[in-house]
Design a protein around this ligand. Structure first.
Ligand code: GAL
Length: 646
């Protein structure tokens, strides 16, 4: 259940056996290696030094560890870049991004596809049947450092081919994009450029297709690697380590090729860097713990991306890359590990075994210090290993609430926000936090997933509503709550002929005739059940035969409902949602509670986990006669408790 990331190439060989022995003694099962090792494996073109990796795998395996071998394609060597500079990705200003860090390649480079194919094939042939290699990681963190979209000649070439395959005829593209506007018509696919660096905004349909294309390129690059690994390494799992909120490519789609979704969890860095936005007050309060919904959101997202999922990299101490890098509070490494398991993780693997005292990450803690002594995270990992040894976890089950999450929605609102405050990530985050504060477990699911198992479904916003998603809504037995701008766009990013919410009108007879976006400070009130709420950012004017269940200050309808379907015609903030969703959940037969600051709950099978992110003790919301399997009725700061639900 526990693992670690290790870089044998960073340490003298004499140390490997001792490291491996100590990993095993700590209670670790998996060790991931190799993902940045290309120049150590092929220091000169065609000249290979496999022998060190042979020995490293053998040493780790003989110590009883299972190896996850990374393909080294995130770091092409210098000689390769010098031979083929067209491998490099280009920034949006059209400048090549240079060698000297990592991820310096474009997914569309033809040469790089072939070079990646070559090195992955050689690795897979050499280690694919190795008894100590349990599985593979493809590349490392696709999209990291803003590398999904690239604006070079190779990208342009591939984009034109992609457009041709999608539209067939140039007339079809012109029609779909509305190129009659501003004289933008093209006569052939060869005339189309990338959408960056236009005088004013480029056609949003042009951007959206470029985003879709870029997402497809990542999936195709990964697919190429997976095919090779499957051919030469039967019976081994394949995973990729995804990141904190990185919506630039469709993870649901890419993960169709994987067995396991891995993700890399750095709660402190994410809180400091607004990976999901936090207020200044929250950043201070949770500086040493991470925001209490930060890791949880991603656990729930990646469980939706793939039922089998790991935390491939778990923060073990301070990191180096955020604006500020505090130390985790004592107990947090243990708490984060347990939290991942509570959400259903199969494995939690720490990043990294030992802090490396050179280069970019020299300030990044590991389980061990550079002087070879164990660091604080080591002892917390050890405690979890011992606790796990005494318990057998029940299998994870579906949550009662689904949140429909859509990568394309993020692209649509990034391209055309129509008001700076309309950020998809923030809207999703409001819904998610509101549900979690009510003590509810949440599954994040893609549009089109069956909604039959859920009592309550929230759709923060789904601008492009395809038939599969509509069908899932049609047949959903639970309560459905749609946020603003759902159904507001056609697939080509136009306004639907019947006006928003487009085809959703079949399920809810409303028509949005005008929308407004507001700068911070502009607000309206929403009157609901005798209470009034200040709302801002976004307001819709709705025509409908239905009587609204809530109205704005000017009397216009703000919320509409027909049977089990609700529509919110404004930007709902977290405070409003917490009240609205509490009532909807209770009506749907769910029990809610209002959790105190810093306390969260999560169920795994019939085990209930309580996690204390607060710096003070908290009482566990368990029944008086609860049977505790870990901890007890009072949690110390940064502690947890687990009890069995009757
Ligand atoms: C991850 C990455 C690792 C390491 C780590 C540092 O993004 O996959 O290689 O850089 O961050 O926190």
């Amino acid at each position: 259940m526990l693992g670690v990331c290790y870089y044998p190439e960073h340490w003298p060989r004499e140390r490997w056996a001792e490291d491996a022995r100590r990993m095993k003694a700590l209670g670790l099962t998996y060790v991931r290696i190799g993902e940045f090792a290309w120049s150590c494996l092929e220091p000169d073109p065609g000249h290979f030094t496999w022998e060190w990796l042979d020995e490293a795998i053998e040493t780790l395996g003989q110590a009883g560890l299972k190896v996850v071998l990374g393909t080294p394609t995130a770091t092409p060597p210098k000689w390769l870049i010098d031979q083929h500079p067209d491998i490099l990705g280009y920034d949006a200003q059209g400048q090549p991004r240079k060698f000297g860090s990592r991820r310096h390649y474009s997914f569309s480079s033809r040469v790089y596809r072939e070079e990646a194919r070559r090195i992955v094939t050689l690795l897979a042939q050499r280690y694919g049947q190795n008894p100590f290699v349990a599985g593979w990681q493809t590349d490392n963190e696709y999209g990291c450092h803003d590398t999904t979209r690239s604006y070079g000649p190779e990208d342009l070439r591939a984009f034109r081919l992609w457009l041709q395959a999608r539209y067939g005829r140039i007339e079809a593209l012109n029609r779909a994009w509305g190129n009659v506007f501003w004289s933008m018509a093209y006569r052939s696919f060869g005339e189309i450029d990338l959408p960056n660096q236009t005088v004013t905004e480029a056609n949003p349909s042009h951007w959206l297709d470029f985003y879709r294309f870029s997402s497809d390129q990542v999936a195709a690059f990964n697919h190429m690697q997976v095919e090779i690994l499957r051919q030469h390494s039967p019976g081994r799992f394949i995973l990729h380590n995804f990141m904190g909120y990185t919506p630039d490519f469709d993870h649901f789609r890419l993960a169709q090729d994987l067995d396991i979704a891995g993700w890399d969890s750095y709660p402190l860095g994410f809180t400091d860097m607004d990976v999901l936005p936090c207020t200044t007050e929250e950043k201070l309060r949770y500086a040493h713990t991470g925001h209490p919904d930060m890791a949880a959101f991603h656990h729930d997202l990646y469980r939706g991306v793939k039922p089998r999922w790991w935390v491939m990299e778990q923060q073990p101490g301070p990191v180096n890359w955020a604006h500020h890098n505090p130390s985790p509070a004592p107990g947090m490494v243990r708490l984060w590990t347990w939290e991942a398991l509570a959400h259903g993780a199969e494995v939690v693997s720490y990043f990294r075994w030992r802090q490396f005292p050179q280069a970019q990450e020299q300030f990044h803690a590991g389980l061990n210090r550079p002087d070879l002594e164990p660091d604080l995270g080591f002892f917390e990992a050890q405690q979890v290993a011992q606790e796990l040894h005494q318990l057998s976890l029940s299998p994870s089950t579906k949550a009662p609430v689904a949140l429909v999450f859509d990568y394309e929605a993020d692209w649509v609102y990034r391209i055309q926000p129509q008001g700076q405050g309309f950020v998809y990530r923030d809207l999703v985050w409001h819904f998610y936090q509101a549900l979690r504060r009510l003590g509810l477990d949440v599954d994040l699911v893609p549009p089109g997933a069956s909604l039959k198992p859920y009592r309550l479904v929230v759709v923060p916003s789904l601008p492009i509503l395809r038939e599969a998603a509509l069908e899932a809504f049609r047949t959903a037995p639970g309560t459905l709550i749609f946020g603003p701008r759902t159904g507001s766009k056609t697939e080509a990013l136009g306004i639907p002929p019947q006006l928003p919410p487009g085809t959703l009108q079949e399920l809810l007879p409303i028509k949005v005739t005008r929308v407004e976006s507001w700068r911070p400070g502009l607000t309206d009130t929403v009157l609901w059940q005798g209470q009034s709420w200040q709302v801002g950012v976004w307001k819709e004017w709705v025509e409908s035969g239905l009587t609204p269940v809530a109205s704005f200050g000017d009397g216009k309808g703000a919320i509409y409902q027909q049977q089990n379907r609700h529509y919110l015609a404004f930007w709902p903030n977290r405070e409003f949602l917490q009240h609205y969703l509490a009532e909807a959940a209770q009506r749907a037969g769910l029990t809610t509670q209002t959790l105190p600051e810093g306390l969260r709950l999560r169920r795994r099978g019939n085990w209930v986990f309580a996690l204390n992110y607060a710096n003070h003790p908290q009482t566990v919301p368990a029944p008086a006669n609860a049977h505790f399997v870990l901890g007890g009725p009072t949690m110390a700061p940064y502690d947890l408790a687990i009890w069995v639900e009757e």
